[in-house]
Structures are given as structure tokens and as C-alpha cells.
Design a binder for this molecule. Sequence first.
Ligand code: GLU
Length: 371
Amino acid sequence: MSHDLASARRLIVKIGSALLVDDASGDIRRTWLQALSEDLARCRGRGQEVLIVSSGAIAVGRRHLGLTGRALKLEEKQAAAATGQIRLAHAYQEALAKHGLSVAQILLTPEDTEERRRHLNARATLEQLLALGAVPVINENDTVATTEIRFGDNDRLAARVAQMISADTLVLLSDIDGLYTADPRKDAAARHIPEVRELTPAIEAMGGAAPQGYSSGGMVTKLAAARIALAAGCRMVIAEGHGLHPLAAIEQGARCTWFLPAAEPRTARKRWIAGTLNPMGALVVDDGAAAALKRGTSLLPAGVVAVEGSFERGDAIIVRNGDGREVARGLSAYSSADARAIAGHKSGEIEAILGYRGRHEMIHRDDLVVV
Ligand code: GLU
């Protein structure tokens, strides 16, 4: 994978509060947003899928509730986010509509990206939006977040989203043009690092402490995001985003830091499915289905002859052939009870049997690893 933004297929752009919101007035920087929208429209125009993770709800909202001039308590931040998020969403909608792009708001909590059933649903919605050509605008669901269950920063949220939807490129637009050996604002000898391929302890040590201000990020959370992204096979770039057309600037070779993963997103996701999960049950499949799986297809209910164990939708399960040999592992699109009901049936019969229209596949090929 190269340093080339134009090669991204599924691109996430994370926008920090300090870029989107004018510090003095608390207003959205419309000219900047307009220029960014032109960049995003160009990406969409050349066939790239684009998602935005935007901060700024608290910074935009606080003024409207008279919450200025001091540090805010958690519940005040949540109130500020509630009023700011509407303005944020509206600003994106207006800016991207000029390019014929529809935006869709998604507010997530850490649980939505971690708990498997919610993870699958959030992912399915994001996939659907991308398939329909919309640009998801994502933020943390600040109003329901508590101190314990909170990302607190959108750097990590953006990386979790990248992992969830197997994005290949994550851009963190920030107020600094990448990673330095020390804080360049304090240390004149600080050296810029253009590329990172592994998060060694030496690199981690360059993170330093979190800065003051509205943005809760800093280099520490950017490195935490890099760790998540790289493990998911997603490359990440930290770039200075203050100027107009920040994505065009990256393409034209502006200074930034690229974090490059060892594996592609699909490979990384499959390794995760194969390696780290505890299987909760098994599906026994007929020979035809076992052979089809080897060719890379999804597992359909028609090929399933028996269901073992008790599992929920999204749980990891084993797929066995008639001889009892493991042929694959994957995440089930159905609970064990529903799987039993539809096993051996055609996908077209699922709705009549279960009373709802579920997925066509018992295990989708993206969620399946053949062993
Ligand atoms: N979710 C917060 C907001 O919209 C921002 C978190 C962050 O600073 O990254 O204001």
C-alpha cells in the first residue's frame, strides 16, 4: 500500500473540532467545509466510497446554551453536544448537497462497535448507505455516553468504524502535520516521521500528553487509533487540515505521516474471525455446500443439515461437513433457534418461516473463513 489517497477504495475522513469550528466565535467554518466538500465530491466522482467522522458538536453547541469560558462537566458537554450535533449535521447536509451528495447521520457508542450483534447491525446500515451512494457523517453518541462507556475522542471512534466496515484508508485531519519525535511546539530538535510500519515502543513514546482545548484527542489517541487501524489492515494518515482543500493537499504531497499495515483489511478481518473468537456452536453442512464454501461462496440455509449448540446472531460458529471435519468458521447471521428453523430451506422461504425478512445467507462470505 502506498502513500496515494487516490488509490483508496473505502475512505474515512476524520475531522477534528479545531478545523471545523472557529475557536473565537464558535461558528462552523463554512468556507473550509465547502472546500472540503469539493475534495470529498472529487473522491466520490472517481468511484471512491467516503465516510466522515466529525467532531465539533460540543464546540458548536456550547455557545447556544451559554456554556462558554470554562471547562465543562460531562453532563454539560452532553447537553452542548445535543444542540451542536443538529447544527453540525445541517452544515454537512448543506455543503454536500451542493455536489448532489446525500448525507446520513450515524451516532455510535463504543458498544455499537464492540458488541457483535450491534456491530453487525451498524455495519449493515453503513454498507447499505454506501451502496445507495450516501455519505455517512458519524459522531459519538455523546448524549447517552457515560464516562466509563465513552470513546471520548473521535480518533479511536474513526478507527473502530474503519475496522467495522473494512475500510482501507483512514485520514485524520488534525492541527498538526503528523508524528514527530517530540512535540515540535516545544522542542526545536523534533523530527517529523513520514512513515510508520510498526507501532514500536519508541513510536508510542512519541505520543506525549493530550493537549488543552475542545479536542480531546492529541497524539496519544491518534496512535491508539493507528494501532486499531493497522490491526484491521487499514492504512492511516495524520495530516494538517486547517487550510482549504486538505485532501487535495495530501494528494499533492503535503507533509504528513502515513501508517502502513502489513495486511489488507479483508485478510485482517478474516484472521480475527479465525483466531480470536470462541465458537458457540456449529452448523453441519452437506457436501455440495462444503465444496461451494471452498470456492468462496456464502453459506446458504439450504446447505445446512444440522445445527449444534446455542448461539446468538453474530456469534462465531464452526462449520462442519458430514464426517465431522471443520471446513470453515464464521459469524452466524441467525441465532441457533432461527438457524434450526430455516436449515435445509431455500433463502426465499426465510420470511415465511421466521416471520421476518432476514439475510439470504446463514454466514455471509465476508464473515467466513475456510480452513
Ligand atoms: N464527539 C465530540 C464532539 O462532537 C468530539 C470528540 C473529539 O474531540 O474527538 O464534540
